[in-house]
Each structure stands twice: as structure tokens, then as C-alpha cells.
Design a protein around this ligand. Sequence first.
Ligand code: NAD
Ligand code: DAU
Length: 349
Amino acid sequence: MKKILITGGAGFIGSHVVRLFVNNYQDYYIFNLDALTYAGNLENLKDVQGASNYTFLKGDITDAEFLDDLFATHRFDGVIHLAAESHVDRSIADPLAFVKTNIIGTVNLLNAAKKHWADNLEGKRFYHISTDEVYGSLGETGFFLESTPYDPQSPYSASKAGSDHFVRAYANTYKLPVVISNCSNNYGPNQFPEKLLPLCIHNIKNNKPLPIYGKGDNIRDWLYVVDHARAIDVIFHRGRLGETYNIGGFNEWKNLDIVELLCDVMDRKLGRTLGQSRKLITFVKDRAGHDKRYAIDASKIKDELGWQPSLQFEEGLEKTVDWYLANEEWLDHVTSGAYQNYYQKQYQI
Ligand code: NAD
Ligand code: DAU
């Protein structure tokens, strides 16, 4: 049985990756390593908790000694690395937390793999999950390609860029078998309500203001999270070592437009008059250094590996809203306690 270590598996994207691997690969044993920060939540994985090919391990990737012991004990065949501090606004408030987890944590993992795989690299694979934000910000036209030079603009993207560079440096210097992917904005079930869409779903439900930064004209490319997990599956198994793959939805939206669409979907689902939720839209101070536009050219993964998004955006958004409305308890749990402090500090509305 192959032993696969997935880091950050209790988070948003990680939980979908863990579920996909546990359910689809009975010949793999999946170890989910997660520190259970504010963003990690084992409720995301209730359905796989008892599976015979799955174990959860609580641990922190900033602890090099712990990782060394873990690799010595389990002799993993592959690593899929998603653990990270992931929210741009939090990186503006506390950059060092992002350096610690995203850069030092990644280097600790690389060191553990390098040491414990040194005797036999055959069949091994270190897969690092990254973001399109490392490429910086686009003007009105153009797309990020795998060859686009790095130009990170926020502490979050700088920390992810740093981690990407270390992964490539370990491939070049120590011949570590690595692969990297850079994905656009994910949405879907289990996303923590600090990110735009789940925050707005939560606030619409509770008739609270919907904070739109600046004029709401920044543009993001949105991909349903299960489609990202499918891409990760394909890249882990068939991506060429040493390569980078961009993943995206070919689905660009201005922030204001996507929130207005969400308001209309919510009005319909909640039996409200059409237009009622749009009245909650509130323009607030812009995010510092706010990147204008991201857009991914995902041709390489389509042409080489045959992956493309499976869901139309409107369908994905309906599924997402349905999930949040059906999982009130999940939302209540994650928005109690520390969330309230974060929210007050961030928005003051
Ligand atoms: P998330 O914040 O929802 O989850 C991160 C997980 O990592 C949490 O479970 C958390 O407990 C865990 N974690 C944090 N610090 C840790 C540490 N020191 N040790 C061990 N575990 C730790 O993030 P997400 O949105 O699921 O993103 C997952 C990965 O995908 C990240 O690397 C992120 O940069 C990348 N990514 C995210 C998106 C997106 O739209 N969300 C898009 C592209 C790439
Ligand atoms: O592009 C991939 C990235 O997408 C990932 O690497 C990050 O981990 C993920 O958090 C996401 O980053 P963004 O900053 O794009 O996502 P966020 O949901 O925070 O914001 C989306 C857009 O909405 C962005 O332009 C900022 C804006 N926004 C966000 C929030 C939270 C608002 O206008 N109001 C808000 O309250």
C-alpha cells in the first residue's frame, strides 16, 4: 500500500483532496497532517473519519523535529502539500505568521523528504500546491502562463512565491522529484467565511452588510473546489516531474458582479423579494495593495493532462449556496468565538 502524506487536509481545499484520495484510491493509505489552526476543521471530514485507509495526525509543519520523526516512522511515498496560511487580509495584519508556515514550514517538509528519500527516490513525488497570486496583478488584458515571471504583491503571495522558489531550488540542487501547481480562486463547500463568497453568504443570511473593497471592480477567476481537487489528482499521478501547471476556471468576474449574482441566488433560495439582498452591499475601504485582476491560462493542463473544469459557474454557485444553507451548524461553529474578534477588527461595520 502506498503511503501518501497530505498536509492541510482539514482546511477548505485539503478536505476535498483528502476525500477524493481516500474514496478513489483503496491502495493508498492517506495521512492527513494538520495543525488545526482557525482554518482547520475536522467537521469537514466527518464522512471519511472511519475509513480503513485514512488517519488524521495533528501536527505543525513549522516543527522540523516532529516532521523528521514522522517521515522516519511512516516512510511516505508521496507528499501533497496544502498546509498554509491562506488569507490575504490576515497576511497584511501579520506577515510573519505567513513566513513561518508558508516558507519555513515548506522548507521543513522539503528537508524531511530530502533526508528520508535520499536512499531511493524511485516513485517518490513532492507535490506543492500554490496560487496564481505569485504572478502579481494583470491589467485589463492577458493571462498568467506557467512562464509568467513571479511578481508577488502581498505578504501572502510573497510567502507563497518564496515557498515555490524553495521547491524548485530543491529539485535543482538535490534532485528532489517535485511538481507544482498554481490555481486561481476556489469556491465551494467548507470554505472559511473570511473569504469573499462564504462571508457574503453568511452575511446575507443574517441581513448584515456585504463589505465590498474599493469600487468592487477587481477581477478574479473562480473555480469550483472539487474541480481543483480533480486537477490535483491528475497532476499528482500524471504531471511531469519538475513541471508547473496553472489551474483555472476560464471564469472571470468583477467582485461587485459576483456578489450581485450571489444576492439574487440567495433571494431565490430564501424566498426573499428579488433585489432585497443587493441592498446589503456596502462599499468599504480598499484592501491595501489590492491586486486588480487575476486570470489563468489553463491550456497546459488541458492539452497535456486532459483536465478541464467540469461545472458551469452558475451550477457551482447553486451547489455552494445549497451546501451553506444545509449546513447551518458548520457555519455556526466556525463563526462563534475567535471569528467575532477577527470580523470586528477587519470591518468595523
Ligand atoms: P485553508 O486556510 O482553508 O486551510 C489551510 C489548512 O492548513 C488548515 O486546515 C490549517 O489548519 C492548516 N495549517 C495552517 N498552518 C499549518 C501548520 N503550520 N502546520 C500544519 N497545518 C497548518 O486554505 P485553503 O484555501 O484550503 O488553501 C490550501 C492551499 O491551497 C494553500 O496552500 C493555498 O495557498 C492554496 N491555494 C488556495 C486557493 C484558494 O482559493 N483558497 C487558491 C489557490 C491555491
Ligand atoms: O487567487 C487565488 C487566491 O484566492 C488564493 O491563493 C488565496 O488563498 C485565496 O484567499 C484567494 O485570495 P483572494 O484575496 O482573491 O480571495 P478573497 O476571497 O479574500 O477576496 C476575493 C476578492 O474579493 C478580492 O478582490 C478581495 C475582495 N473582497 C474580499 C473580502 C474578504 C472584498 O471586496 N470584500 C471582502 O470582505
